[in-house]
Ligand binder design. Structure first.
Ligand SMILES: N[C@@H](Cc1ccccc1)C(=O)O
Length: 495
């Protein structure tokens, strides 16, 4: 088409007043293009007057079009019934959306299910003729003349997704004070040429539009997991915790299992549950005196413990794996703490990735993130553990907690943490916790009257709940849609 700005001006000159939708129809041009022209004329002063109008009208959906053409599903069910009746299974096969059609036809009293007929129940016609008022009504929606159609019918067909109500914003245009047919488009850029030739002196320039939205900056966007991680980190920091350095995915069995008093025959150390590294296969650089004490507690016991009374082999401890929990880092940190001249109480946390050789499904991946909190101090008790955990979850807005006795090789007692999920209306497991065993702490060199309480949970579970994601593969892995990352809002865990 000619310049849409000219088209609009000519049209208003000819017609005096008009609606942009009317023009769009008449010259068969995209309405948005005309609206664009109107807005650009608007920006040049009072050339035209504009009034925004909101129009609503009904349109048939694809399904609605099908019903208008071929009849309602209930009529199609009715029509598909031969003189002798038909089984329900056959009806279901022969008509699209037969389930809906069947129940509507039953409701209308058009058909019956005759249980007494030979060879099993059959669907029979109950009346001779039907009047397919749905088809008639829906067809009427296409004509834009809705006389005789009640609001209840409109609501019903909308609910059945046969029709939709569409809103279109258009503009009524009339001449303004400074109406003219010949507007010269103002310049948008001051160029070198204009300066050199001096032509800028006589040109008009477009005014700055300070209301215009800027171009969204091409900045990075945090993934939902990272947003939720930032919130958890904030909570730990508020509670005076220090972050542990978790920058290693490859860990030795020694720190991942042995230091945590996990027996060498434990099933978690199996290739079914753990990823073993082939290159390099072995780790080294262990603090040997400590390693000897770990060996001793496993094989012979000590400090009142019987140990496992089994051979402890360094070959097992040397194996490199992908860490199965961040508790390996807690072990390293506690060992380091024990090497300091004098014991000082600490509160540590970490949030990072761990790996388990699991079958992948909607809620499990072979890697996920663990959130872990550890407190070491003199004389901590189970009451302290429950207290910190309550405090921690309170900051997340979770107040209904229950603890259930559990088993971990490295904690005694151990407790699973459950919280009442208001949406699911049941208690769901949200974490695991315990008091680290003396068999783990004393070989490290920590004083005997120091106890260490700890708890762990996954980052994925609260993130999925927060962002209403029900398949973990939407959140992690090759199927992640970057739009999901761009568009998801920042989070507040307690909201
Ligand atoms: N490491 C445990 C979590 C945990 C951490 C600290 C104490 C007790 C349990 C797990 O993987 O589930």
């Amino acid at each position: 088409m000619a310049d849409p700005v000219d088209v609009v001006l000519q049209y208003v000159e000819k017609n005096g007043e008009f609606d942009t939708l009317q023009l769009s129809k008449e010259i068969n041009e995209d309405h948005q293009k005309i609206v664009g022209a109107v807005k650009s004329i608007q920006s040049m002063g009072d050339i035209i007057k504009t009034d925004q109008v909101t129009n609503k009208h009904w349109e048939l959906t694809e399904e609605g079009k099908d019903v208008a053409k071929n009849g309602s599903y209930e009529a199609r069910v009715f029509n598909a019934i031969p003189a002798g009746g038909i089984t329900q299974a056959e009806i279901m096969k022969s008509v699209p959306n037969a389930k809906v059609g069947f129940s509507k036809a039953m409701q209308a009293g058009w058909i019956v299910l005759d249980k007494s007929s030979e060879g099993g129940p059959k669907v029979q016609r109950k009346v001779e003729n039907i009047d397919d008022s749905v088809q008639q009504c829906v067809s009427q929606f296409a004509t834009m003349d809705l006389s005789g159609i009640t609001d209840a019918q409109k609501a019903e067909y909308k609910k059945r997704k046969l029709v939709t109500e569409v809103k279109v914003v258009s503009y009524r245009i009339s001449k303004g004070e400074n109406f003219t047919l010949t507007i010269s488009k103002p310049e948008v850029d001051l160029t070198t040429k204009m300066i050199q030739s001096g032509s800028w002196r006589t040109k008009t320039f477009k005014e700055y539009n300070f209301e215009a939205l800027g171009v969204p900056p091409q900045a990075g966007h945090l993934h939902p997991l990272l947003k939720v991680r930032a919130e958890y980190r904030q909570i730990f920091l508020e509670m005076g915790f220090t972050e542990m350095p978790t920058n290693r995915f490859v860990e030795s069995c020694f720190w991942n299992f042995d230091a945590l008093f996990q027996p060498q025959q434990h099933p978690a150390r199996d290739a079914h549950d753990t990823f073993f590294i082939s290159e390099p296969q072995k780790a080294g650089g262990f603090p040997m005196e400590y390693l000897e004490r770990v060996k001793k507690i496993h094989s012979e016991g000590g400090y009142g413990s019987q140990g496992y009374k089994m051979d402890w082999k360094i070959e097992e401890a040397e194996k490199n794996i992908l860490r199965t929990h961040t508790t390996a880092i807690s072990a390293r940190m506690l060992y380091q703490l024990a090497q300091e001249k004098e014991f000082r109480p600490v509160k540590y946390f970490s949030i990072d990735r761990v790996f388990r050789n699991e079958n992948v499904d909607d809620t499990h991946l072979a890697e996920f993130h663990q959130i872990e909190g550890v407190v070491a101090d003199y004389g901590l008790t189970l009451g302290d553990l429950m207290g910190v955990i309550n405090e921690f979850f309170k900051k997340l807005g979770i107040e209904k907690l229950r603890f259930k006795p559990a088993y971990n090789p490295y904690t005694e007692p151990s407790m699973e943490i459950f919280s009442y999920h208001d949406g699911l209306k049941k208690w769901v497991e949200i974490g695991n916790s315990g008091i680290f065993r003396p068999e783990m702490l004393i070989p490290m060199g920590l004083p005997k009257d120091v106890s260490v309480i700890a708890w762990g949970l996954s980052l994925e579970r609260p993130t999925m709940i927060k962002y209403k994601i029900d398949n973990i593969r939407t959140l992690m892995g090759p199927r992640v849609d970057l739009k999901m990352v761009y568009n998801n809002p920042l989070c507040r865990l307690d909201k």
